[in-house]
Design a binder for this molecule. Structure first.
Ligand code: FES
Length: 318
């Protein structure tokens, strides 16, 4: 399947503006070439963008209400597959194919307060949440950890959040700010964290230690997740009647292909949704950016290119 087919039903947009945020982060704004409005989206949504040879997911930085443009901010990753470099080469007037916005990191409507924790380029969905909170008159506080001179969208965040923005450029001040905010939130606060995997794990671990319930913790890795090798598990395929062992460091998709069980796929990094398989028994360990939180919680489907199993065995409808 081609990327064009993958994004069928998507939108052909034009680059309206390219703005350097930092030496390595660039914001790109897309508009409808005919000047029309774009589909609305919920805060924390992302777009799949076909650029260069591949398709990548980027968080939208707007609030999502009645958008006349879509903006994303892209960190150039020198060691990546080239997707971010291709995005950085875009110039005003270029045309790109994008998906409709997809939601996987929605603010909770029942929250009384939103505690937003951003690490590095993980600020992008948080900016969307902060903008939406300001528009809806909802209370939000943010801790933004960034390397000196690598803070993106800082002026907008200062204007949106004023004293409710805590900026940290070293680990010590971040740990202190995090401990202070985690232990002083009113009842009904929901925590959202986005950033590198290790950053998110440490924030979530700190919150759990302080007694935050899982239902009030929300996380999204930026871009393609940094995936560890994972634990070995077994996939029992009910229609084929075979069992496939998946060792650590091998994806379920690769193991299935090794057993001559074909699964349609495209991005092989958990963003396109092509490699969805139905789960009949067992608990998937979701590591994709495609499924919504509700879909992940249901455990009925999984993206076999990146996701694994929390149980020793998964039963799949293959
Ligand atoms: S192949 Fe794209 S999500 Fe798995």
């Amino acid at each position: 399947m081609t990327a064009t087919a993958l994004l069928a039903g998507g939108l052909k947009l034009q680059v309206a503006e390219v703005t350097a945020q930092t030496p390595s982060i660039t914001s790109i704004t897309f508009t409808d070439p005919a000047g029309g409005p774009l589909p609305a989206y919920v805060p924390g949504s992302h777009l799949l963008v076909q650029c260069g040879d591949g398709v990548n997911a980027y968080s939208l930085t707007g609030s999502g209400r009645s958008p006349s443009d879509y903006s994303v901010s892209v960190l150039r990753v020198a060691s990546g597959a080239g997707g971010s470099a291709a995005m950085h080469r875009l110039r005003a007037g270029d045309r790109v194919l994008v998906s409709r916005p997809r939601s996987a990191f929605t603010p909770m409507a029942t929250a009384r307060h939103h505690l937003l924790i951003a690490g590095g380029i993980g600020v992008t969905p948080m900016l969307s949440h902060a903008r939406a909170a300001a528009e809806w008159g909802m209370a939000a506080t943010m801790i933004y950890m960034y390397r000196p001179a690598e803070g993106a969208h800082v002026p907008e965040l200062r204007e949106l959040l004023d004293t409710r923005l805590v900026e940290c450029t070293d680990r010590g001040s971040f740990r202190q700010a995090l401990a202070e905010k985690l232990s002083s939130q009113r009842l009904g606060t929901h925590l959202y964290v986005c950033g590198p995997a290790a950053f998110m794990e440490s924030v979530l671990a700190s919150a759990r230690e302080l007694g935050w319930p899982e239902t009030r913790l929300h996380s999204e890795p930026f871009g393609t997740p940094e995936l560890d090798a994972g634990q070995p598990f077994r996939a029992k395929l009910t229609r084929s009647g075979i069992q496939v062992e998946i060792p650590a460091g091998v994806s379920l998709l690769e193991a299935l292909e090794g057993a001559d069980v074909g699964v349609p796929n495209m991005c092989r990094k958990g963003v396109c949704g092509e490699c969805s398989v139905a789960v009949l028994r067992g608990t998937p360990q979701h590591r994709d950016l495609y499924l919504s939180e509700d879909q992940k919680a249901s455990g009925r489907t999984m993206m076999c290119c990146v996701s694994r199993s929390l149980d020793q065995e998964l039963e799949l409808d293959l």
